[in-house]
Design a protein around this ligand. Sequence first.
Ligand code: UGA
Length: 435
Amino acid sequence: MNITMIGTGYVGLVTGACLSEFGHQVICMDKDSGKIERLLAGEIPIYEPGLNELVKKNVRENHLSFSTDLAQSVKSAKAVFIAVGTPSQRRGGGYADLTYVYGAAKELAPHLTDYTVVIDKSTVPVGTARQVARVIKETNPEADFDVVSNPEFLREGAAISDFMRPDRVVFGCDSEKASEVLKEIYNPLYLTSTPFVKTSLETAELIKYASNAFLAVKVSFINEMATICEAVDANVVELSKGVGLDGRIGGKFLHPGPGYGGSCFPKDTLALLRIAQEHGTAARIVEAAVEVNAAQKARMVKKIRDALGGSETGRTIGILGLTFKPETDDMRDAPALTILPALAEKGARLKVHDPQGMTEAKKMLPDYEYGESPYDVCEDADAVVLMTEWNQYRALDLERIRSTMKTPLFIDLRNVYTPDKMKKAGFTYIGVGRN
Ligand code: UGA
């Protein structure tokens, strides 16, 4: 099938590449000519494991191409995905900015020729798909089309396997004809018995927010449990296992940490609160999850301060990991962006390292000392803080680290190491939710 993907951001590029791998003829279109030039030159603008190889293979096999020409890309397509950004609006308050979504709808409308399915992939507030349909109809009353909402559930760092082996495919639409097109697009998944959940447009849009909000609630819940564990001298790692093995609860997303971050949970929880509020209702559990997340980041600052004897002023802290999670170079809403400035403000000297995120991080946190390796940033440090659980940090040469630190204090915000092991290695070790 001829498919056009509007937007070559994280979601658009991964989805386009994966659909081309399914055998479809995919054009990834973006207005940003610099981005398209880089893609045409074989350069992938984001770090996502496996994406580089997947793009190159499908370009070589002529299944995947890149263009800035919207008219040409849309004309021959049976399905057009809208996968443009929906950032939080500058004026704040959690509103998702839909300028790019409606802009794309307006621009593609005149070029629809035969029957086309326009698919909202971007995460958008309830009602957006119907509004996209209105925009297209107003711009081109002759157009023969349907609009479908088809949210994505891709985790950064695992996006390709999430696409190829999803828990479910959700699509909301009012039309049988469009539904058949969606089944054709995702046919390889249909054949492997992936559950397909067909709903109304509004329900599909809400499923996306509800899923991310529920996962954010789970993370905030376990972070709150970690605080209680510290207060009563219990162990949150064991607690998480004991709770998560209940099949009704599940062990995933029950790992405490410095708070959730990224381009999705923070933005989508706020957008859901806004949706609820605008419709005269409330989402109090989600509201609490957002508050607990902010408190968790503040608690991490205090944890580090307390470990340093009550003040970080004039102390050197080595930071391992800057991105909001491993296997990505994405720094959006990373807890490091809140925690590190709070420490620096009080006069801490910060030496930082991240396997993939340093180029992005330097744009937002330009004032710290960037090390070439994890060992560089531990040298002469009064404390080391493990912020992101990169594999590279799971098997550190602990003796090498301890011998170069000023004081052997290791604060592990992801509970990667065990207290026993660290004690044996000569560290004062502090985790999250276990004393
Ligand atoms: C999330 C969802 O997991 C995807 O299903 C969804 O498609 C995506 O948002 C999106 O809306 O596009 P992502 O933001 O890539 O994916 O990252 P997650 O793996 O969900 O992690 C989010 C944050 O929660 C990270 O900061 C992570 O460190 C934190 N987290 C996650 C924990 O602190 N503990 C956990 O147990 C799990």
